[in-house]
Write a protein that binds this ligand. Structure first.
Ligand SMILES: Nc1ncnc2c1ncn2[C@@H]1O[C@H](COP(=O)(O)OP(=O)(O)OP(=O)(O)O)[C@@H](O)[C@H]1O
Ligand SMILES: [Mg+2]
Length: 446
């Protein structure tokens, strides 16, 4: 657009030419005017579009928006604020923003303007005076500058904490559900392993029970003979008769046997008690405090039960020190050990020879227990999936695929390590590392 037009005709031009020139200039001025009118209208349309764009964004926000001048007078709000306060935009405009917030936060929010000169205010918790009571908000406040960069007010965006708290509660509930599901999985895996072990245990119990039974039969026979002998004494039989009877009933041998029969029976009963204790420890859901426990006993019981149950004979070579202890929940570690040995035995199902190497040693105050088998090993593709829940290559009904994933969780919770790999000389090698008590205390202190 050109500037103001000079319409005075030049003095040295005759009047007709002068008028033509004036008319031309007027035409030009008119054209400029029309042009600028179009430009203004275009700018107006753009402005209108920008306004409605901003308005639609502000209306869509679920967070409340308050725009203030530097004196805290409200200059702009959004629909979320109108809805929460139950006041219209007209009512809110011109109010002081402090009037929208509960009195007890006034000193806190009055300092916003001062703080903004240093840095924006983040996540300040306040309460908005809402239509239905106080609404907790997490408020962020940023400075508002004019085109010269002067601070002329602030923009506050508040997120109703009710929603956050709801989301938090939902998250908590989901977490609790997941934990419960995991506990159930652990329990069901434990039950599955327990089921597999029952046959072995039954066999194990059979031994002491059968020799207790045998001893009791012998004791019964001896009792009958002794009763017969005492009856003969009471009936007044002569010395010779009694001697003959004693020899016939082989009473001297019976009396010599009595002690060993009673001892054997006691031993059998103790063995039954031990097995039942092991079983109870394994099946208990409520774990007590972590404690030092006899790891060699845990390994040996697990091995014993599994080998007993195995269909084909297995050549077991074990180098487990007798006084090996570890720190943790013995029942849980038993579950891990059972799974590692069971996996090794299962892997050797079609192998010949079947050789199981169990070893344990202490290194750097850590206990390392290793299970090596002479099975086919683990295909490379599967190595990274072994600890995935439900990963199994066993037929339906023979494996849940939870054993290693649960074992991994248990071992991590004990601050230990579980590694399964292929042995360079064939077969798989599972290494379980656990902490000794001192080592565990040391890491707790760190
Ligand atoms: N020693 C091993 N040799 C070869 N493969 C193994 C060995 N140990 C584990 N695996 C593989 O890892 C898979 C997962 O083992 P995991 O103990 O998690 O489940 P599972 O033994 O199949 O079932 P579950 O333990 O629930 O009865 C097994 O199915 C098997 O394919
Ligand atoms: Mg398993």
């Amino acid at each position: 657009m050109s500037g103001k037009q000079d319409l005075t005709p030049p003095a040295n031009i005759d009047s007709e030419d002068a008028w033509v020139s004036v008319i031309q200039k007027m035409d030009e001025a008119y054209a400029d005017l029309v042009h600028s009118q179009v430009e203004v209208e275009e700018k107006n349309t753009e402005l209108e579009e920008a306004r409605s764009f901003l308005h639609s964004i502000q209306s869509a926000m679920s967070d409340v928006l308050i725009v203030c001048d530097q004196n805290g007078v409200v200059q702009g709000v959004n629909r979320a604020l109108e809805q929460l306060t139950g006041r219209s935009e007209e009512e809110l405009m011109g109010a002081r923003f402090t009037d929208l917030i509960a009195t007890k936060y006034h000193s806190k929010i009055s300092s916003f303007m001062g703080q903004l000169r240093i840095q924006p205010v983040r996540d300040c918790e306040v309460e908005l005076i809402g239509r239905d009571g106080l609404v907790p908000l997490s408020m962020n406040c940023s400075p508002r500058h004019n085109h010269r960069g002067r601070l002329i007010g602030m923009v506050m965006v508040g997120r109703p904490l009710g929603e956050l708290q709801k989301a938090y509660k939902e998250l908590n509930a989901a977490h609790a559900e997941l934990k419960l599901a995991q506990e159930r999985l652990v329990q069901s895996e434990k039950m599955a392993s327990l089921g597999r072990l029952v046959a072995g245990v039954a066999h194990e119990l059979n031994n002491p029970i059968s020799f207790v039974y045998g001893n009791m039969h012998a004791l019964q026979r001896y009792t009958d003979r002794l009763c017969a002998y005492f009856d003969a004494i009471n009936e007044g039989n002569s010395r010779e008769q009694l001697k003959a009877m004693r020899e016939k009933l082989r009473l001297d041998k019976a009396i010599r046997d009595l002690n060993s029969l009673v001892e054997g029976t006691m031993e059998g009963a103790d063995r039954v008690k031990e097995i039942v204790n092991d079983l109870r420890q394994f099946s208990s859901t409520q774990e007590s405090e972590k404690a030092v426990f006899d790891l060699s006993h845990v390994i040996k019981t697990a091995m014993h039960w599994i080998i007993k149950e195995s269909k084909a004979p297995i050549d077991v070579v074990e180098t487990i020190p007798t006084d090996l202890t570890a720190f943790g929940h013995s029942g849980q570690i038993h579950q891990v050990v059972v799974n590692l040995i069971q996996n090794a035995v299962d892997a050797m199902d079609a192998s010949d020879p079947k050789r199981l190497l169990l070893s344990a040693q202490i290194e750097d105050r850590k206990v390392i227990f290793e299970v090596r088998d002479s099975g086919p090993g683990i295909p490379d593709d599967f190595l990274s999936r072994l600890f995935d829940p439900f990963f199994t290559t066993k037929p339906v009904g023979q494996g849940t695929g939870l054993g290693l994933s649960i074992s991994y969780g248990i071992v991590s919770e004990h601050g230990g390590e579980l590694v399964i790999q292929n042995h360079p000389d064939g077969g798989a090698l599972a290494s379980l590392t656990l902490l000794t008590e001192e080592r565990c205390e040391e890491s707790n202190r760190a």
